[in-house]
Ligand binder design. Structure first.
Ligand code: 5AD
Ligand code: SF4
Length: 573
């Protein structure tokens, strides 16, 4: 899993809220809270605690949904224009989850604020992947606690919620340790947020950390929210069945499940209509996608990458990633399609040929290796050897010669020797990635490694090996990027460069950042007048210099994906 930081622009939600956006008076609030207290006092019935009975989910014809509980009325679960402030930590899935959680709360009459001081509800969307990620949240909680205490008594009390992986990992321990946390919602419990916040409003702590086998939030169109950029993320699957021995994700995000293809296509069509120029398909194991809804059940055996195996029993049938990618990429030939984060085991030739042939699927593949040593890979339970991984890289480069590769590596895993580490360095050199995400191993409770292996590489050795990996990565990335000098790249413009208002910034097909001076350039043929360059435009940029992080160049002309495409794409009606 890698972290791609691509800005998303503010996009209007698909549905219309029919809730009045008026602030409630404190008298109205008191009445509501009193009513709530009365209802709580009469208490939920036994039925309310039986799964599938207490929550009646109704799907209305227009795609709106509503959750009703036997003991809390819809009216009580309304936000009443209270202001919610979100803080998102960790991977792109969390960015997407934030928008899902917001979408749910917005429908219930909450408002969103970007000013923490204005917030009535503060929700932290958390990450547990490494100790450091959790430490950041603990520190933040201390600051928020201080804010909560200082809040004027005349204002409604501030509520703090922990959402996502950390809520799932620590469960009610978090509530006990952090008395000022009011709400806990695991990654599959965001639909329950309005109820949880209502319970918290009545002065009680509220928690839902149930994992689901089905939840994909397929019917909830996230409100893509970012000030600039023409990119959006579309979640296509959730969870992970791989059980790599070091990883907490299967425990915090649960079993793998895929969102039905029809709802993904609907969201991408909507984004295309709104002018979005780049969509990134998201999932913990995005290329393990498998829509097994009735329509696509079947018994075709799964094709894995050659030399790769899974820890779980082979799955069969369903509509696979190549089918989805094919359909998504046909929606709008001028829309770039990316995906993250894939697992190397799910790259059969079919997927690679599709990427090679389809002009709007970016020739960029994230291929998390984790280690260059077969011995360490075995201890990590990754299901492949160094040789199988390098064969896959060779196969990818054969089928997609212009491919850009990125990767994740962990330094200092249990039992990693100096020789294993050297093998990681040689693998990084041999592959030639242009982007890398490198981490020191951080032991996580519950994992196989925690129970069965020794975290025996001293912290300073982990750190030194990590630094060596980073420096080899930088050298290689600089070499790969320097090879682009003199070429002309199709760049999707993101906006002004952060460093200078005189420059623009955008990304190549290979996801490399390109900086170039702001100037008017020739419009696409047949027009020849010069036109200004705006965010969301495609421009051809001549690359003039490069380092390990970015490219610099000069814009030549406006262009389009179709204009530079070598293959014809049939579009869906
Ligand atoms: N320690 C360090 N890095 C980890 N990752 C996952 N679990 C751990 C851990 N316990 C890394 C892997 C994964 C990326 C998202 O985080 O490299 O691909
Ligand atoms: Fe974690 Fe491995 Fe699943 Fe990635 S594939 S989320 S590293 S268990």
């Amino acid at each position: 899993m890698g972290q791609h930081r691509i800005p998303v622009r503010r996009i209007q939600p698909r549905y219309c809220s029919n809730l009045a956006n008026t602030r409630v008076t404190s008298r109205e609030r008191r009445t509501t809270v009193n009513k709530f207290k009365t209802q709580l006092a009469s208490g939920p019935s036994f039925q309310d605690f039986i799964k599938g009975v207490s929550v009646i989910r109704t799907h209305a014809a227009d795609g709106e949904y509503s959750d009703t509980h036997g003991y809390l009325s819809q009216e009580l679960e309304m936000g009443n224009s209270r202001k919610v402030y979100f803080e998102t930590y960790g991977c792109q899935m969390n960015v997407n989850d934030t928008e899902i959680a917001w979408s749910i709360l917005q429908r219930r009459g909450y408002e969103r604020t970007v000013d923490l001081n204005e917030a009535d509800v503060v929700l932290l969307v958390t990450c547990s992947i490494r100790e450091k990620a959790e430490q950041t949240i603990w520190n933040r909680l201390q600051q928020l606690k201080a804010m909560k205490r200082k809040r004027l008594k005349t204002r409604t009390p501030m509520k703090i919620g922990i959402l996502g992986c950390m809520a799932e990992r620590l469960k009610t321990d978090l509530l006990e340790q952090e008395k000022l946390v009011d709400v806990l919602a695991g990654p599959d419990a965001y639909r329950d947020l309005p109820r949880l916040l209502t319970v918290a409003d009545g002065g009680q702590q509220a928690s839902n950390v149930l994992l689901s086998l089905e939840e994909t939030y397929a019917d909830i169109m996230p409100v893509h929210h970012a000030p600039q950029g023409y990119s959006a993320f579309v979640s296509i699957m959730r969870g992970c069945d791989n059980m790599c021995s070091y990883c907490i994700v299967p425990f915090t995000r649960g079993r793998e499940r895929s969102r039905p293809v029809s709802s993904i296509l609907e969201e991408v069509r909507m984004l295309s209509d709104q002018g979005v120029r780049e969509v990134t398909l998201l999932g913990q194991n995005v290329n393990s996608y498998r829509d097994t809804s009735e329509q696509f059940c079947g018994s075709d055996p799964t094709q894995l990458s050659r030399g790769f195996k899974t820890v779980y029993r082979t799955k069969q049938g369903g509509l696979r990633f190549s089918d989805l990618l094919d359909r998504v990429s046909r929606i709008d030939p001028d829309m770039r399609i990316r995906f993250t984060s894939p697992h190397p085991k799910d790259f059969p030739d079919e997927v690679l040929h599709l990427i090679a042939e389809r002009g709007n699927i970016c020739k960029q593949i994230h291929l998390p290796a984790q280690s260059g040593s077969s011995q360490v890979l075995k201890a990590m339970r990754r299901g492949y050897t160094r040789e199988a991984y390098l064969d896959l890289v060779k196969n990818i480069k054969r089928i997609i010669p212009e491919v850009s590769l990125s990767s994740d590596f962990i330094s200092g895993f249990c039992g990693e020797t100096e020789d294993d580490h050297q093998q990681t360095l040689t693998l990084i050199r041999e592959v030639g990635y242009n982007v890398g995400f490198l981490f020191a191993y951080s032991m996580r409770k519950k994992t196989h490694a925690y129970h069965r292996l020794q975290d025996d590489v001293p912290a300073e050795v982990k750190q030194r090996r990590l630094e060596e990996c980073i420096s080899v990565f930088r050298e290689e990335a600089a070499r790969v990027n320097t090879a682009l000098i003199g070429s002309t790249e199709l760049v999707l413009v993101e906006g002004e460069s952060k460093r200078s208002a005189e420059d623009l910034c955008g990304r190549t097909d290979g996801n490399m950042k390109v900086i170039f001076p702001k100037q008017d350039v020739a419009a696409q043929a047949p027009e020849s007048d010069a036109a200004p360059i705006n965010a969301g435009d495609y421009v051809l940029v001549k690359i003039l210099s490069a380092n390990s992080q970015s490219l610099r160049g000069r814009a030549l002309s406006h262009s389009s994906l179709r204009g530079t495409d070598t293959t014809m794409i049939e579009t869906c009606p």
